[in-house]
Design a binder for this molecule. Structure first.
Ligand SMILES: Nc1ncnc2c1ncn2[C@@H]1O[C@H](COP(=O)(O)OP(=O)(O)O)[C@@H](O)[C@H]1O
Ligand SMILES: [Mg+2]
Length: 278
C-alpha cells in the first residue's frame, strides 16, 4: 500500500530545502502530471453505492452506501476486523470493490488505467496511517514534499505550501530534522502535513492517534480539525476513541459487514444512501 502511494520516488529528489519562496505561488491543485477530469474539480463529492468487498470466502463489507459533500467530517468506528481499514482502502482507491461503486465527482475512479489511477490518487486522496511511514533518510521538510515529486517534479508553490503546513502543525522549527529525532506525535503531525501537501479533496486517516498517549492524541485531533476547517476537504477518520468520534459531524458505525451512519440530521442505515448536509 505504502509503496503504491509513493511510486516513483526511488531517486534522490531535487528538494529546494531552505529556499523559502518570498511570494505566494498559485495553487497547483489539479496541475500534477496529466490533468484528468477527475483531478480538476476542487470540491469532490464522495458517493459509495452498494459497496461490497470479499477476500476469497471472507465477505468483509456488504452493500455499504453513503455520500458526503466537501467539508464533511466522518468518524468510522467498529470492532477490530469489521472492515474499517478495508473501507478506507476502497475509498482511497488502493483496493478495488468486489461489488458496487465508489464515485468521486460523479466519476468512478476504477475506470481509470493503473497509471492514471496512481496519478489521480496522489492528487485527490491524502492518507494518514497509524504508523507515520515517514522516510528516515529525509528531513521533515523533504518528507512533506515527497507527494509533490511523484509525477513530473515539484509544482512551483510546493515548498511554500510545505512551510505553511509545517507552521500549521507547529513544526517549522523541526523542518531540518530527521524523523528519528522526533517524538511519535511530532512524526504524526509531519505525516498529516505530507498527506495534505497536494491539497487532496479527501483525507483518509486510519487510527491516526492509535499509537499515542491521550494528551498527544488530543493534539493530533486538534491539528486534524483545524486543518480540516482550513482545507474544507472531506475528512474521514477511523478511530476506537468514542470521545474523538463524537466530535465529527458524521459517525459511520461498521458491524457485521454493514454500516449505520449517524449525522446531525439523523440516523440512516446503509441501504439508503444519503448526502450529509454541511
Ligand atoms: N488483503 C487481505 N486479504 C485477506 N483478508 C483480508 C485482507 N485485508 C483484510 N482482510 C480481512 O478483512 C477483515 C477486515 O479487515 P480490516 O479492514 O483490516 O478490519 P479493521 O480495520 O476494522 O480492523 C478481516 O477479517 C481481515 O482479516
Ligand atoms: Mg484497521
Amino acid at each position: 500500500m505504502i509503496l503504491r502511494m509513493f511510486v516513483g520516488t526511488h531517486k534522490k529528489p531535487d528538494f529546494a530545502v531552505g529556499k523559502y519562496p518570498a511570494k505566494r505561488g498559485e495553487s497547483h491543485r489539479g496541475k500534477i502530471g496529466a490533468e484528468t477530469e477527475l483531478t480538476k474539480n476542487s470540491t469532490p463529492l464522495l458517493k459509495v453505492s452498494n459497496l461490497s468487498k470479499d477476500f476469497g470466502k471472507i465477505q468483509v463489507l456488504r452493500n455499504i452506501s453513503f455520500a458526503f459533500r466537501a467539508g464533511a467530517s466522518v468518524a468510522i468506528t467498529g470492532p477490530s476486523g469489521s472492515g474499517k481499514s478495508t473501507l478506507l482502502h476502497l475509498i482511497g482507491t488502493l483496493e478495488k470493490p468486489s461489488g458496487g461503486r465508489v464515485e468521486i465527482n460523479n466519476t468512478d475512479p476504477f475506470t481509470l488505467t493503473e497509471p492514471e489511477l496512481a496519478r489521480y490518487r496522489n492528487a485527490v486522496i491524502g492518507f494518514v496511517f497509524q504508523e507515520h511511514h515517514l522516510l528516515p533518510q529525509y528531513s521533515v521538510l523533504e518528507n512533506v514534499l515527497i507527494p509533490t515529486l511523484v509525477f513530473k517534479g515539484k509544482p512551483p508553490d510546493a515548498t511554500q505550501r510545505a512551510y505553511e503546513l509545517l507552521q500549521q502543525v507547529g513544526l517549522t522549527h523541526r523542518r531540518s530534522h530527521r524523523p528519528a529525532e522526533l517524538s511519535g506525535g511530532e512524526r504524526q503531525r509531519v505525516a498529516i502535513a505530507r498527506a495534505l501537501i497536494n491539497r487532496p479533496g479527501i483525507l483518509l486517516c486510519d487510527e491516526p492517534t492509535g499509537n499515542l498517549d491521550n494528551t498527544t492524541a488530543e493534539t493530533i485531533a486538534n491539528v486534524l480539525f483545524e486543518l480540516h476547517k482550513a482545507e474544507q476537504n472531506i475528512l474521514i477518520v477511523v478511530t476506537h476513541n468514542l470521545a474523538f468520534a463524537s466530535l465529527f459531524q458524521n459517525h459511520l458505525k461498521l458491524a457485521d459487514g454493514t454500516c449505520t451512519v449517524e449525522t446531525d440530521i439523523g440516523t440512516t442505515n446503509s441501504s439508503s444512501a444519503f448526502l450529509a448536509e454541511n
